[in-house]
Structures are given as C-alpha cells and as structure tokens.
Design a protein around this ligand. Structure first.
Ligand SMILES: [Zn+2]
Length: 253
C-alpha cells in the first residue's frame, strides 16, 4: 500500500507543479485570475485539456505546440517533474509529520521562484508575502525548532547577509533575493540559511562557468540567481544538519 501512497503523492506533485508553472508565469504580470484558460503564446490558441497533462502532454506533443509547432519550453515539464520528485522525497524523509507539511510549502514556494526568476528575472513580493505567514505559523506551532525565536533569528541572519552582499557588490543581488532569504531563514534557521548561501554561490559559479564554456551566455550577461538559491536551499534543508555535524566532527569546531 505504501507504493500506492508514493504514487499518489507523485501524481499530486505533477498536478501542483503544473499549477506552479501557471502561477509563476502569470503572477508577475498581475493577471493570475483574469484569463482563466492557458494559451499558446505563439499562435494564441487556447489549450485544450489534452494539451495540459503534466509531463505526458509535453512528451506526446514532442515539446511543440499542437497547432503552430512553436517549441514549448522544457522548463514546464521540468518544474512538474521536480515538484513530484521533491514531494515524494520529502515524504520518504519525514513521513506524515508537521515537518513534511513545512517541506511541501517550502518546495511549492521554491518551484514558483524557479519559474518567475527564469522567465522574468524577478521574485514577486506577492509570492513571498503569500507564503511567509504559512511558513512562520507552521515553524512556530506545528514543526517548531527548539526555541521559539530561532525562526526569527534565521530570518534576520538571511536578510542581513544578503543585504550586506547587495551593498558590497553594488546591486549584484536583487531585492527579491534578499527578501527570499528572509523567508528561507525563518524556515531553515540561521545555520542552514548560511549554508544555503554558500551552496547557491558554489552552484552558481559552477553553472556560470559551464554556461560560459558552452557559450550559452556571454561574459557579464546577468544570470538569474534564483534557481541557484533554490538548489542551495533544498540541499541545505534536507542535508544541512548532516553536513554541519560532519564539519564539526572533522574540524573540532
Ligand atoms: Zn501555437
């Protein structure tokens, strides 16, 4: 029966991932609820239900619009697959606990951030303001840290670290990144939010180098930092404490 449960969680992840794509595409334009049906941005044909199955439609249509054959961005099936995988992985990690719910809220926020940052190079305030209260309430009452003030400390640490970097780098860090770190801090705590930043920079430098080598980007071309923050936050959230304990053991710190 456990297998069925995993399958069910995966399916819900696929469908929600599909919804997160829509939210990520529409929220920055402010028309989340105005035009209810999805349409092809190239030929503007309204998509039918059979075009909208997460991942499966993309594979079946071989990554192109049914009518005009304009390519569909692989970002959409990727977000759907990532959401499903992370939902299942989080259940495998936490089981039916408060922490699992926190992880689902966090994953949802992060998946939408991937879409808005890759599409528009921004992380909307509305998005953070929507998720922050849920994360705070769950962190305080459902899956609390040892002390009640830890989420607040984490938030302050995340916010001030990024603000400092933004000031030093003279705008190398966007306002959205700073506010995202405030929200990450309250969910992860101060140690893991510092780790998140470290991982985000590492992965960003690595990916930036690879993209330069492959000539996918030009030197000095700004690359959205959001997806690297998302990757860093997920690694830190799921494996941060193991890494911190391991580091303390080998360094004696
Ligand atoms: Zn089309």
């Amino acid at each position: 029966m456990e297998v069925l449960l995993y399958l069910y969680i995966g399916l819900i992840g696929l469908c929600l991932g599909s919804f997160f794509n829509v939210v990520g595409l529409r929220l920055p334009k402010g028309n989340l609820w105005t035009r209810s049906r999805s349409y092809c941005p190239s030929c503007e044909r309204t998509l039918k239900a059979r075009d909208l199955y997460p991942v499966f439609s993309y594979i079946f249509l071989r990554g192109a619009c049914r009518t005009c054959r304009a390519p569909i961005s692989p970002l959409y099936p990727s977000v759907e697959l990532m959401t499903a995988t992370l939902f299942v992985f989080a259940y495998w990690q936490f089981g039916l606990t408060g922490e699992w719910v926190v992880s689902l809220i966090l994953i949802s926020l992060l998946m939408i951030v991937v879409v808005t940052d890759l599409r528009y190079m921004l992380i909307p305030d509305k998005l953070l303001l929507f998720f922050a209260p849920f994360l705070l309430v769950f962190r305080l009452f459902i899956a609390p840290f040892e002390f009640w003030w830890q989420p607040l400390l984490g938030s302050a640490v995340g916010f001030s670290l990024l603000l400092l970097i933004a000031i030093i780098s003279k705008g190398g860090m966007g306002g959205g990144d700073i506010k995202l770190f405030a929200v990450l801090g309250l969910t992860l705590g101060w140690e893991k939010v510092l780790l998140t930043f470290m991982f985000a920079c590492l992965i960003g430098a690595l990916m930036g180098g690879i993209l330069l080598l492959l000539k996918k980007v030009k030197r000095k071309q700004p690359i959205p930092f959001g997806p690297f923050i998302v990757a860093g936050a997920l690694i830190s959230y799921f494996y941060g404490m193991d890494l911190i304990h391991w580091y303390r053991a080998i360094s004696g710190f």
